[in-house]
Design a protein around this ligand. Structure first.
Ligand SMILES: Cc1ncc(COP(=O)(O)O)c(C=O)c1O
Length: 367
């Protein structure tokens, strides 16, 4: 919602565009592509933000780029973006910056900096469910004057008074809260943020950096496993404790199913809502992607390539990370005990179907 809100404001059809990177989650790509128009800038081979390429595009656009939209951290590789350096570039060339901080905010303290600082952040958005809160609530930080006009979404609660032919909008924040608000979501998100602050971002980050290094290095040592984005160990603040990887000769869906069914380990697999980035990281050519697009459009989703992603959080331990690595090692060696069937959408399930309730939970439910 937050990014769509900004995109709606940017869609002035005045010929100015939004610069996005190839790294973006679809949430930070589609609103620009379909509402305001975008220029997509490439990345380094390993999938890092390329500041020179961003500057080149901004210079070439000659004032026609109004906004630079970049993620604070990638949900595919965990790479943390140099957001303040990107902000400086954007401001130097007359644009503003929007940071999709969905992936960054749970792990790093974010400093939006004062408006007169060249590296300040104009817009920051984040999602509650990434902050260990429930789905459905999020945050948009924006300059106060951004909200000065009529709200984009209109409805009850957003007004001060409505007469037969006049509307007086409420002050902030009510003016942006049309309809019955998601009270539980907002309160839970507030509590989640307070809890993270109490736990301490520095302590959590130190722990996560250690775990992340163990994860990436451990995966890279397993024969047949390739970590997307390379294995450069994360220095403090440059890579989140997550890794996406492919296992030679095994479909990503099969690896995920085996990890879940045989090891009780939950991972995500596929393209992680970041198709262009995953295609880049898998070194696919435009022709390869066009072939896949044709297959998927014809309903053959099995053709969609992808990877497996493991994400660690502050509550994870070194022992859990090691157990995960052992599980991947066994799966990569082909030591998969159950048999699995692939569905039309490309996902795999045990041939007898997924157990409905895990045994441990069953016991809890019964007593
Ligand atoms: C980097 C990034 N941006 C945006 C989103 C989308 O957030 P939401 O699910 O709240 O739309 C996600 C994850 O879901 C994400 O990882």
């Amino acid at each position: 919602d937050a990014l769509n809100r900004i995109a709606a404001e940017e869609a002035r059809l005045d010929g100015r565009q939004v610069l996005v990177t190839e790294m973006e989650h679809h949430a930070d790509l589609l609103p620009w592509r379909h509402r305001s128009g975008h220029v997509m800038v490439g990345l380094s081979d390993e999938g890092h933000i390329d500041l020179d390429a961003i500057e080149h595009e901004l210079k070439a656009a000659d004032g026609k780029i109004s906004l630079v939209a970049v993620c604070g951290a990638s949900n595919v590789t965990g790479f943390v973006s140099p957001i303040h350096e990107v902000a400086e570039l954007a401001h130097r060339y007359g644009a503003r910056i929007s940071v999709d901080a969905a992936q960054l905010a749970p792990h790093h303290r974010i400093d939006v900096r004062p408006a007169d600082d060249p590296g300040h952040l104009d817009f920051v958005s984040l999602s509650g469910h990434k902050m260990y809160a429930p789905y459905g609530a999020g945050v948009l930080v924006a300059p106060r004057d951004f909200f000065a006009g009529a709200p984009e979404v209109m409805g009850g609660g957003a007004i001060s008074i409505v007469t037969w032919d006049d509307t007086v909008w409420a002050d902030l924040p009510d003016r942006e809260e049309a309809g019955s608000p998601n009270v539980i979501g907002a309160v839970a998100l507030g509590v989640a943020i307070e809890t993270l602050l109490e736990l301490g971002f520095d302590e959590m980050l130190a722990h996560e950096v250690k775990l992340g290094r163990r994860l990436v290095e451990g995966l890279s040592e397993i024969s047949g496993v390739t970590v997307l984005g390379g294995v450069e160990p994360g220095k403090s603040g440059t890579r989140l404790a997550l890794a996406s990887f492919v296992v030679e000769g095994l479909h990503h869906g099969l690896v995920a199913a085996a990890l879940s069914h045989e090891w009780g380990i939950a991972v995500r697999h596929g393209c992680f809502c970041a198709n262009p980035y995953v295609f880049h990281l898998l070194h696919m050519s435009k022709a390869d992607v066009a072939t896949v697009e044709g297959e998927v459009t014809a309903g053959r989703r099995k053709a969609l390539p992808g990877a497996v992603r493991a994400s660690l959080a502050p509550y994870n331990t070194e022992a859990e990370t090691d157990r995960f690595l052992e599980a991947v090692r066994q799966v990569a060696r082909g030591r998969i005990k159950a048999t699995y069937v692939q569905a039309a959408d490309g996902t795999y399930a045990p041939s007898g179907g997924w157990p409905r309730i895990p045994t441990a939970l069953h016991a809890v439910v019964k007593h």
